[in-house]
Write a protein that binds this ligand. Structure first.
Ligand SMILES: Cc1cc2nc3c(=O)[nH]c(=O)nc-3n(C[C@H](O)[C@H](O)[C@H](O)COP(=O)(O)OP(=O)(O)OC[C@H]3O[C@@H](n4cnc5c(N)ncnc54)[C@H](O)[C@@H]3O)c2cc1C
Length: 574
């Protein structure tokens, strides 16, 4: 059941899951499969059910800055010429999977094999986690029901609750992108299925969409089990801290403190078996730090009694920087006018509501590519290649059939455009999440350190070159005839391209790593148990040992599915 009042709580549950987000929803479903196990989920945000804006895939881009976003902002980023940028995180059941842009990747084989090496546990290798990938998602037909033979490899997909599909509303540029990849080959080779183990190449986007609707942690895992009598989902409530119940020796973190407003009453709930901390890359280190687990110097400065000194809590924040490269085109076959004309926008919503067809069944961007840096790239000079291996990328390009106003540049009043979003997917910059105050309702200080290394800026410059080279391919010259637009057009040298990147990059919203799993050091062990205390497991993107070179939600579901099995085994549960 979904509950909204602290008075509806029991004093104890077997498991208390903090955060009903992407991972938290999946773990809640799996643990409450056993009717003898009681589970509480505590979610700071609201219910997802009934919010149509979350359901319509195309509207994902309109959600940042609204009531389903935590509305964080980064600290001033020196790599972005001192700019602070918005830092979106889902504030609603389903968490960031309820507000994200839906792209679905499970990660290359060598990504998972690297996790096994870094965690010292072969249980994280691809061969071991493949079953969890297959348990978490499944391929479904696109919204238009067309034949997808050749566009995707069905055998690369599983039978889990998250629905994954290729775009359900093909756009004119899709064929140009895919056929150019087939024609050009080499660095721009075609990839039939990014979920087949090798992410390199250009292919169709695969997204967490079923029958034209968003498939999130909430819709796939949590909403279908709302009526389980052993599951309470408490919404609009924050976990303010965890409490140590041990009087001496190893801290035992089995008590959760909750509140519904900054000055409101605090209520305590006990986890009989364990606490599962799934508050995400920002919430998880924030709660740990509020509880006295973190860098002792930082905690002392705020007067928080130190329970465990671990400087890795809130460190190692990694994210993918994103830059919008605009091209003006001669073709009128773009959807620019849908954003300019409220009548057309309304009609497109109406079409979605009528029969789940049309432009809004997809998130903007039907095709995507992942690339290795060219041999001898200056980005790699003097450093070890940061990517996980030959099947993992350094950079990404996403092709959007219009002017996608993702950054600070507003859509021009007239004209047709194609946007090529470029991203660095193996960044070496690392940042931090730190408390700004002891008030659990205050926003923490988020410093992702975007474009903070030589590698990151040089890789982004290469991605801009790739966008320009690819858009010069012969097939583009037939109707679209793209011409670089705005600051991209003026960025004629590598130095100017770097300045363009620093002035206009935003983020893909793929942060990870603030409670990283490691064999040595780190915050959690290979079983995701917090080192140095008992009773507390972390299950969300904060435990990622390194940042995946792809979109990250697929990996979050894999982590959650494996964590559920680890928890069941630890407590002898079926
Ligand atoms: C705008 C955007 C676009 C993205 N696009 C993509 C994409 O296209 N493809 C992709 O793969 N990934 C994408 N991502 C990333 C992906 O969605 C996230 O990495 C993933 O959902 C994170 O899952 P999580 O479980 O770690 O955290 P979340 O899903 O964020 O869950 C954390 C939950 O904890 C709750 N919480 C936090 N603090 C507290 C507290 N103190 N008390 C109670 N509850 C709390 C939050 O409200 C939230 O519900 C995007 C993310 C965003 C924000």
């Amino acid at each position: 059941r979904v509950i909204t009042s602290l008075s509806q709580l029991q004093t104890q549950y077997d498991f208390v899951i903090i955060g009903g987000g992407t991972a938290g929803s999946a773990v809640a479903n799996r643990l409450s499969e056993n009717a003898d196990v009681s589970v509480l989920v505590v979610e700071a945000g609201d219910n997802n059910v009934g919010n149509t804006n979350l359901e319509i895939p195309f509207l994902g881009v309109t959600l940042p800055g609204t009531s389903v976003d935590w509305n964080f902002t980064t600290t001033a980023q020196s790599g972005l010429n001192g700019r602070s940028i918005p830092y979106t995180r889902g504030f609603v059941l389903g968490g960031s999977s309820s507000v994200n842009l839906l792209t679905y990747h499970r990660g290359s084989d060598d990504l998972w094999n690297r996790w096994a090496q870094l965690s010292g546990d072969q249980g994280w290798s691809w061969n071991s986690v493949e079953k969890y990938y297959r348990k978490s998602s499944r391929l479904v037909p696109p919204a238009d029901g067309r034949d997808v033979t050749g566009l995707v490899n069905p055998s690369a997909h599983g039978n889990g609750p998250v629905e994954v599909s290729v775009p359900g509303f093909p756009l004119p540029i899709d064929d140009i992108v895919l056929n150019s990849a087939k024609q050009l080959g080499g660095r721009f080779n075609f990839n039939q299925d990014f979920n087949g183990g090798n992410i390199i190449g250009i292919g169709y986007m695969q997204s967490a969409i079923g029958e034209g609707e968003r498939s999130s942690g909430a819709t796939a895992y949590l909403n279908p089990v709302f009526d389980r009598s052993n599951l309470d989902v408490l919404i609009n409530t924050r976990v303010t801290k965890l409490v140590n119940s041990a009087t001496s020796g190893t801290p035992h973190m089995n008590i959760v403190e909750l509140a519904q407003s900054s000055g409101g009453p605090r209520v305590r709930v006990t986890a009989g078996k364990e606490i599962v901390l799934s508050a995400g890359v920002i919430g998880t280190p924030q709660i740990l730090q509020l509880s006295g687990i973190g860098n002792a110097n930082d905690l002392n400065a705020l007067g928080i009694p130190v329970i465990l000194n671990n400087a890795d809590v809130g460190a190692n924040l990694a994210d993918h920087p994103l830059l919008a490269n605009y091209f003006q085109v001669q073709s009128t076959g773009t959807w620019d006018d849908v954003l300019r004309d409220s009548n057309l926008f309304g009609q497109t919503i109406g079409q979605w509501q009528a029969d789940k067809t049309g432009l809004f069944v997809d998130s903007p961007g039907n095709t995507v590519g992942f690339f290795k840096l060219p041999a001898g790239s200056p980005a790699l000079s003097g450093i070890q290649d940061p990517s996980s291996g030959p099947k993992s990328a350094h950079t990404e390009l996403i092709f959007v059939d219009a002017f996608a106003p993702f950054g600070s540049v507003p859509q021009p009043a007239t004209g047709n455009f194609v946007t090529v979003l470029s991203a660095v997917v193996s960044p070496t910059s690392r940042g931090t999440v730190k408390l700004a105050s002891t008030d659990p309702f205050a926003k923490p200080l988020i410093n992702p350190n975007f474009l903070g290394t030589n590698f990151d800026i040089k890789a982004m410059v290469q991605a801009i070159h790739d966008a320009l080279d690819f858009m010069a391919a012969p097939l583009w010259q037939q109707d679209f005839k793209p011409v670089p637009f705005g600051d991209l057009a003026s960025a004629t040298t590598d130095d100017l391209k770097a300045t363009f990147a620093r002035e206009q990059s935003v983020n893909v919203n793929h942060p990870v790593g603030t409670a990283r799993m490691s064999a040595n050091g780190g915050v959690v062990d290979a079983n995701l148990l917090l080192k140095g205390v008992s009773g507390l497991r972390i299950v969300d993107a904060s435990i990622f040992p390194v940042i995946p070179e792809c979109h990250v939600q697929g990996a979050v579901y894999i982590v959650a599915e494996r964590a559920a099995d680890l928890i069941k085994t630890a407590h002898n549960l079926s």
